[in-house]
Write a protein that binds this ligand. Structure first.
Ligand code: HEM
Length: 227
């Protein structure tokens, strides 16, 4: 008989589009509650909302990034649930980042001088703009109409390369904050280490695959050692 937690994980409410809408609604409520507390007439308030909206989005990226590796390393009801819903978790990240984009546009259009003097950096922009382009491309090709425009190979390259790139943009931002900023908050540490752990399980899963091939696939042992 399935345990109670296993049957919750297979139930309709916490899978697929329902899961997406549940998480997205929760993110929207969180953003709506945070907005009155931030002074949106001031650039600092808008900047705080940029930060807040990234913070509600990032956990879903890390979960989507680690899903296949967790399923390989720790097969079970939870990791199967993660893997099944990886696409929807990725879309939740995109929905949270749509809020960030809104606040970025708010900052740039409403407080141009502040943006230029305090937030703009050519180097950051060279990573942030491709970040959004990759995110938009991944989102569009998560649906049939976008997916059908790519070959299976192109789709895989976009989604595999894309999730590494997005993870790297987010994780490097927290790494940079911890090493170069003074006003570090506990959540910066939490996201830094969560991102590191997500990458760690990926590395452990590669290791697992290599060992499995070396032990189980005839002719692969010599191959793996040669590489
Ligand atoms: C044109 C594009 C972008 C601009 C102008 C931009 C701007 C900003 C600004 C001004 C902040 C600082 C908020 C503050 O500390 O007060 C910020 C934070 C951040 N952004 Fe972006 N961003 C862009 C795109 C992206 C993308 C594509 C990603 C990830 C895929 C990303 C991830 C982050 C992260 C992780 C933070 C740190 C949030 C925190 O401190 O918890 N940004 N961004």
């Amino acid at each position: 008989m399935p345990t109670r937690s296993a049957s919750i994980l297979t139930g309709k409410a916490f899978n697929g589009w329902r899961l997406f809408w549940l998480i997205t609604a929760a993110m929207c409520v969180a953003v709506a509650l945070a907005m009155p507390a931030a002074d949106l007439a001031s650039p600092l308030g808008v900047s705080a909302m940029i930060q807040f909206s990234v913070r509600v989005a990032v956990p879903w990226l890390f979960l989507a990034f680690a899903a296949s590796s967790l399923a390989a390393l720790f097969p079970g009801a939870f990791s199967r649930w993660l893997l099944r819903n990886r696409r929807f978790l990725g879309l939740c990240f995109a929905a949270g980042m749509a809020w960030q984009l809104l606040f970025i546009l708010w900052l740039v259009t409403g407080h141009w001088n502040y943006y230029l003097n305090e937030a703009y950096s050519y180097f950051d922009l060279a990573v942030q703009v491709p970040g959004y382009l990759v995110l938009i491309a991944m989102t569009a090709t998560s649906f049939r109409f976008g997916r059908s425009r790519l070959s299976a190979r192109q789709w895989k390259a976009l989604h595999k390369g894309g999730i590494y790139f997005l993870w790297a943009v987010v994780w490097s931002t927290y790494w940079y904050e911890l090493f170069y900023y003074d006003d570090i908050q506990p959540i910066d540490y939490a996201y830094y280490w969560a991102g590191f752990a997500a990458w760690g399980v990926r590395v452990a899963a590669w290791g697992g695959k290599r060992t499995w091939r070396t032990v189980h696939v005839p002719g692969r042992a010599a191959d793996s050692i040669a590489k």
